[in-house]
Design a protein around this ligand. Structure first.
Ligand SMILES: *Cc1c(COP(=O)(O)O)cnc(C)c1O
Length: 414
């Protein structure tokens, strides 16, 4: 068989399993979020984006755009090298200081994405520990899993958010053995929050370090947008906090915030930190502007929570099946891959609502869903229209009913 037909066969397999991904080409317009133009096969069409990870609309904030533009005009487009070889700009250093202050940590380290931050930091940290064992939540993100693999340490997966299971696994290890517990604060597919305080207690009791991915929380939770650990007053108890600049902060890049010693070690041993071109100054300047803003403004956070509550209230009134994690992420459950794609397509073409279907392997089979992320700029009228459109489409497509009580405990993503 020729090489080309081999790839075609694999792609056909994806199509048969309803896992073939259809990208929607959007054109965003500053000042119009969550509206965007969708460049469909039949020409451009106005749509409302309900699944953006630019959660707070910060990607269109005037001052951040200005910071980016000014920086590009003054300093150019690129960074010119890796951090070690001429790529460390004053802009990156300022951003790292701000992120360290945001999380009340000694230091922060910026990477080119949140994915790279996880992969590089976790692999470096686990490789530096002495024959450690890594405890990983079963719903952890692909970048965490990749970092653990790359670090080549022993890995033990604990059931999602299950502290009793975690404790039984910790207890089975010698007290002195090096241990690292890796988990997230807000889980992006179920929109639920982890028991951070209990996990910290266990870490102390069994001599483990903690690594918390706050990608879906930074900017949105806590007094200054430092995440759920900040909101719960637990920042200082977590050894390594990880975040992204690409979601609520509306730009791109990732980071960890931790002690001097840990950041210095990752700086010196993390392959994904060392061997790649540094973030360009305009991006660092825009991110800095957004982080500074969200440290002192409550408006975006409060409006986001208010609109998420309103959406949940309306969904409840219409009897729609959704997961009720206490966050801004609202997964409406479909439970069938083909029907999930079909509902998404109808919403886009007939209603101008853009919600990407979430199918296996991102979520376990049978829990396919539409993941809605309302933000401060989705007004009540939009939310009303969405819920009416959703209810009509569900009636038309008739997805299987789902047992919502057993969500979230699957190991599929690990
Ligand atoms: C998106 C995501 C990342 C990666 O962040 P990027 O900045 O998009 O690379 C890491 N962890 C979780 C939980 C995520 O959802």
């Amino acid at each position: 068989m020729g090489y080309q037909s081999l790839f075609e066969k694999q792609v056909n397999q994806l199509k048969e399993e309803n896992r073939y991904r259809l990208f929607a080409a959007l054109e965003r317009k500053v000042g119009e979020h969550p509206h965007a133009i969708w460049h469909s096969d039949n020409g451009p069409k106005d749509v409302i984006n309900w699944c953006s990870n630019d959660y707070l609309g910060m990607g269109q904030r005037k001052e951040s755009i200005q910071a980016m533009t000014n920086s590009a005009v003054s300093h150019g487009t690129g960074s010119g090298g890796t951090r070690n070889i001429s790529g460390t700009s004053h802009a990156i250093v300022s951003l790292e200081c701000e992120l360290a202050a945001l999380h009340r940590k000694e230091r922060a380290l910026v990477f080119t994405s949140g994915y790279v931050a996880n992969e590089a930091s976790i692999s470096a940290i686990s490789a530096l520990l002495d024959e450690p064992v890594i405890f990983s939540d079963s719903m952890n993100h692909a970048s965490i899993i990749s970092g653990i693999r790359f670090g080549r340490s022993e890995k033990i997966v604990f059931r999602h958010n299950d502290v009793e299971h975690l404790e039984s696994l910790l207890k089975a290890q010698p007290y002195k053995r090096h241990k690292l517990i890796i988990f997230e604060s807000v889980y992006s597919m179920d929109g639920d929050i982890s028991p951070i305080e209990k996990i910290i207690e266990l870490a102390k009791k069994y001599n483990a370090m903690t690594y918390l991915d706050e990608v879906h929380a930074v900017g949105m939770y806590g007094k200054e947008g430092g995440g759920v650990a900040q909101q719960e007053g637990l920042e200082s108890e977590i050894d390594i906090l990880q975040g992204t600049l690409g979601k609520a902060f509306g730009t791109m890049g990732g980071y960890i915030a931790a002690s001097d010693a840990i950041c210095d070690a990752v700086r010196g041993y993390g392959s994904g930190f060392i061997f790649t071109t540094a973030m360009p100054p305009p991006l660092a300047a825009a991110a800095l502007s957004s982080v500074k803003h969200l440290r002192q403004s409550q408006f975006e956070r409060e409006s986001q929570q208010r609109q998420a509550k309103f959406l949940k209230q309306r969904l409840r009134e219409y009897g729609m099946p959704f997961l009720t994690g206490n966050t801004h992420i609202v997964p409406v459950m479909v439970g069938d891959a083909a029907k999930c794609s079909q509902i998404s397509q109808i919403l886009l073409e007939n209603y101008g609502f853009y919600i990407q279907p979430i199918n296996f392997p991102t979520v376990p089979k049978g829990t396919e869903r539409l993941r809605i992320t309302p933000g401060p700029l989705h007004n009540n009228e939009m939310i009303n229209d969405l819920v009416v459109g959703l209810a009509k489409t569900f009636e038309e497509v008739n997805p299987p009913s789902i047992n919502l009580s057993n969500n979230g405990a699957s190991a599929a993503s690990a």
